[in-house]
Every structure is written in structure tokens, then in C-alpha cells.
Design a protein around this ligand. Structure first.
Ligand code: HEM
Length: 451
């Protein structure tokens, strides 16, 4: 059986070497002690950064005093080109206002409304895989396709085959090739005065994506004015006024938000689904449990509650391979962390990747064990050290959506096919925008009804 953990971790490495390794592959380069420590300090000539695994400190940043630890501009800067002033990159009052308008679109009742679109996209994904024929399949690409389909269907009521939707999807892939979007640069000594070099083709691809999104959003605004708009997430967000000021998003602001929904909503879900399928391929006994549960998935949203094992499998995949491996915050004033003085401007790295595999916070942390989610010990660990969607007021707006989507896709796919690992193709996790496999995730598929 292929173990889910990355290849052997280095023991202790000096900073210069760490930075080199970091550039190559941030995840497998993590030294062993970072999975045991509560806090590690990194000194660079320009700033200090702190990797924090202490649950009480993480609560301070995310839940208790989030305003004192805004998102670090060292990370958000690279996202500006594509995301403008989207809710993912803003801080302070602008961010608060954006969340007041966006959050109602993702509340429970609205989530229920998106369910038929999720089912339809999952059925399309099953059919698409069927057309690929026999032989190994690179499942990350297929998962991206399925997750992008779900975002377009729920946001704009159009499938991925729609001309603009498929163009956005293609342009987005080109953009990622031109510029890896999330530069987890908090450890790297990037001085502030260094010009931010956006490569010319990254500028072109970002502009192309934004103009396509502009087209969709402007058309929707016109439909809203005529009273002919479908009742989907885009309409909901564009017709919601800020309860404090009564003002709605204008067209430009909405384009920024659509860009992040598309980006945050499809890359992350695709990463989670791919790793979940890989883990099931390497743990056939769990795969069979998910397959037999798939019969419980029905046309009604409430049928999701029948899929308890599938839910636990997806949660466990998010623990071992959190799609957003690290988040970076900045201290706005001097602080004390674990009796150590910390200067204002310090970079704070919150790491689902390390917390979720921390030796002092989980039993058998590198093992794939969905049963832990039904144990008292597993639930206690999760309360302290599980944050695939972050936590507190800045928690992922799409968390409930992503859990429903993940379970639907997993259930439909595993209900239709068996997934097996491919000899010689063990995926090595690397941090791109999300946690991806260095050379993709290759799995062999067989139709269940042809067995
Ligand atoms: C498995 C899937 C997903 C995972 C693991 C995930 C994870 C995360 C995490 C960790 C953050 C916080 C980042 C930070 O603070 O630095 C975040 C933020 C966000 N996510 Fe997700 N996400 C997922 C799916 C989605 C979906 C489906 C949507 C929308 C449809 C979405 C929309 C957002 C938005 C708008 C934010 C920014 C929230 C803010 O800063 O106030 N995400 N997500």
C-alpha cells in the first residue's frame, strides 16, 4: 500500500538551504521538527517570520483578535493582478463590508438551492470519465474540470461547456502557467522596495480572464434590471445591499468577487477531490464503504446526511492534504508569542499542513484513518488543530458549499468507478496555488457495472 505521507523529511537544515528547497518543493522539504514544535522563528535580513502551531496562538490570530493580524500584503500583492480588490485580499472596513454582502449567499437555505447543479455537474463528470476509455487518467485535470463546472452552474447557471465558461477555464490554466498565483513568499526575503514584476504574459492572461468575467457580470446586471435573471449565487450577491449602508456591489467590485469565487472555489475543491480519490485508491477497504454508501445519494439535499462515511473520508483527505497549506498574517503591533517578544510587521505563518500532521496534536498523524472522525480523541484533536477552511470571521465563505460539493462528487465518482493506484506514479505533494502533485495524480479507473 502506498503511504499517504510525503517522502522522508529532512532533519534540520540551515536557512539558506531551506530557502532553496522551499523554492523547489515547499511541502516535502519541511524538516521533521516542524511537525513537533509549537513555534519556529525564521530570520531574514528584512523581516522575521513565525510558523505557529500552538492552538491557543492560532485562536488569538483567527478568532480572538483578527483585526490585529490582517492578511499579509506580501502574499496578497501577487494576487492583485487577477483579483483586484476581492474579499480574499482586502482588510479592515472594505473587507467587512464585502463579507456583509457575500455571506448571506452561502447560508444554509441557499446551499440547498445549489444542490441540483452540483448533482448535474457530478453526473457530467461521471460521463466525461467514461468517454476517456481504459488506461491511467490524470485525475487532477478531471477534478478541476468538474469543480469549475460546479462553480459556473451555481454562480451563473451555465455549464462549463458554455463558451465564456470554457474560455475562462482555459485562460485560467494559461494564467497559472504564466505566473504561479499564490506566492507563499512569507519565508522568503522579498524586500518591499523590490519592484513587483508581473510577467507580461501573466498580465495578458489576467486581463483576458477579467474581461470574460466582466462580460458575464455585465450581462447579469442587465438581466437583473429587466427582471429576467435566474435565481443563482451571482443574482443573490448582486441584489444584496450592505445592511449597514444600503449600498450594493458596483460592476467592478462584483467582477473582483466573481474572480475569487472562481479561483478559490475551483482550485481548492479540485485539489481536495483529487487527493481524496488517491487516498481511496490506496485504501480499497474505505473505497468500498464509500461505494456502497453511494446508493443513499438522492435528488434531495437532505440525502447528503446518509453519506456519513463519505463525509469522514473527505474530512480526512482535507486533514492530510489541506488544499490551502498555509496562510500568512502580519502583526500590526508588537506582540508576545509564547513569552517571546515579536516586533510589529512580523510575518505569521498559520499552517494547516503542519497542524493537521502535528505529532503532539493527533494520534498517528500521517495515517489515513477516516474512523478517527467518529472517536472522542479524533474530535478533540479536530477542535484544537483542524482548519482546512481557516476559522473565525475570515473563515472560507464557501466551506459549507465545498463540503457538500466534495461529498457529492466523491460519492458519484466512486459509485460509478473503482480507482486504483498506477505503478511507479506515487504523487509528491507540492504547494502551487493549492496542494498539488508534482506530476499530477494518476489513477486507473474501471467501470463498476462492467465488473
Ligand atoms: C475544499 C475546498 C475549499 C477549501 C479547502 C478552502 C479553503 C479556504 C481557506 C483556508 C481560506 C482562508 C484563506 C486565508 O485566510 O488566507 C479560504 C477563503 C476563502 N474561500 Fe475557500 N476553500 C474552499 C472552497 C471554496 C469555495 C467553493 C468558495 C466559493 C464558492 C470559496 C471561497 C472563498 C473566499 C471568497 C474566501 C475569502 C474569505 C475572506 O478572506 O474573507 N472557497 N478558503
Amino acid at each position: 500500500m502506498i503511504p499517504p505521507k510525503p517522502p522522508a523529511r529532512p532533519r534540520r537544515i540551515p536557512l539558506w538551504r531551506y530557502l532553496r528547497l522551499f523554492r523547489q518543493d515547499i511541502l516535502s522539504a519541511q524538516p521533521e521538527h516542524l511537525y513537533r514544535t509549537w513555534m519556529a522563528e525564521f530570520r531574514t535580513p528584512f523581516f522575521r517570520s513565525y510558523l505557529i502551531n500552538d492552538p491557543a496562538l492560532v485562536r488569538r490570530f483567527l478568532n480572538e483578535r483578527p483585526d490585529d493580524f490582517p492578511k499579509s500584503s506580501r502574499v496578497t500583492e501577487g494576487l492583485r493582478l487577477l483579483l483586484g480588490q476581492s474579499v480574499f485580499v482586502t482588510n479592515g472596513e472594505i473587507w467587512k463590508r464585502q463579507r456583509r454582502i457575500i455571506d448571506p449567499a452561502f447560508e444554509g437555505g441557499r446551499l440547498r438551492d445549489t444542490y441540483p447543479a452540483m448533482l448535474a455537474a457530478a453526473d457530467s463528470a461521471v460521463a466525461r470519465l467514461g468517454r476517456l476509455g481504459e488506461g491511467p487518467v490524470e485525475i487532477e485535470a478531471e477534478a478541476s474540470h468538474a469543480a469549475a463546472d460546479i462553480i459556473f452552474r451555481t454562480l451563473f447557471s451555465i455549464p462549463i461547456e458554455h463558451q465564456i465558461a470554457s474560455e475562462v477555464f482555459a485562460a485560467f490554466r494559461a494564467h497559472q502557467r504564466a505566473q504561479p498565483i499564490l506566492n507563499l513568499g512569507a519565508f522568503l526575503p522579498l524586500p518591499r522596495w523590490m519592484p513587483r514584476l508581473f510577467r507580461r504574459d501573466a498580465k495578458t492572461t489576467a486581463a483576458r480572464i477579467r474581461s470574460l468575467i466582466y462580460e458575464l457580470t455585465a450581462a447579469r446586471l442587465a438581466e437583473i434590471a429587466k427582471g429576467t435573471a435566474p435565481n443563482d449565487l451571482a443574482t443573490k450577491i448582486m441584489t444584496t445591499s450592505d445592511p449597514e449602508t444600503g449600498v450594493r456591489f458596483d460592476l467592478r467590485e462584483m467582477v473582483d468577487q466573481v474572480a475569487i469565487f472562481f479561483l478559490a472555489g475551483h482550485e481548492t475543491s479540485a485539489s481536495a477531490l483529487s487527493w481524496a480519490l488517491y487516498l481511496l485508491a490506496t485504501h480499497p477497504e474505505w473505497q468500498e464503504k464509500v461505494a456502497s454508501e453511494a446508493r443513499g445519494l438522492g435528488p434531495g439535499f437532505s440525502s447528503l446526511s446518509n453519506l456519513k462515511v463519505t463525509g469522514d473520508v473527505f474530512r480526512e483527505a482535507l486533514r492530510l492534504y489541506p488544499p490551502v497549506p498555509m496562510m500568512v498574517r502580519e502583526a500590526v503591533r508588537p506582540e508576545e508569542f509564547r513569552a517571546r517578544h515579536v516586533e510589529a510587521g512580523a510575518q505569521i505563518v498559520l499552517s494547516p499542513w503542519h497542524m493537521h500532521r502535528h505529532e503532539r496534536l493527533w494520534d498517528n498523524p500521517d495515517a489515513f484513518d477516516p474512523a478517527r472522525w467518529q472517536s472522542d480523541a479524533g474530535r478533540a484533536s479536530a477542535r484544537e488543530a483542524y482548519m482546512p477552511f481557516s476559522s473565525g470571521p475570515r473563515v472560507c465563505t464557501g466551506a459549507g458549499f465545498a463540503m457538500a460539493e466534495g461529498v457529492v462528487l466523491l460519492s458519484k465518482l466512486v459509485g460509478a468507478y473503482t480507482f486504483a493506484p498506477v505503478e511507479g506514479k506515487m504523487p509528491v505533494p507540492v504547494a502551487h496555488l493549492t496542494v498539488r502533485a508534482q506530476e499530477g495524480i494518476w489513477l486507473a479507473l474501471t467501470r463498476r457495472d462492467s465488473n
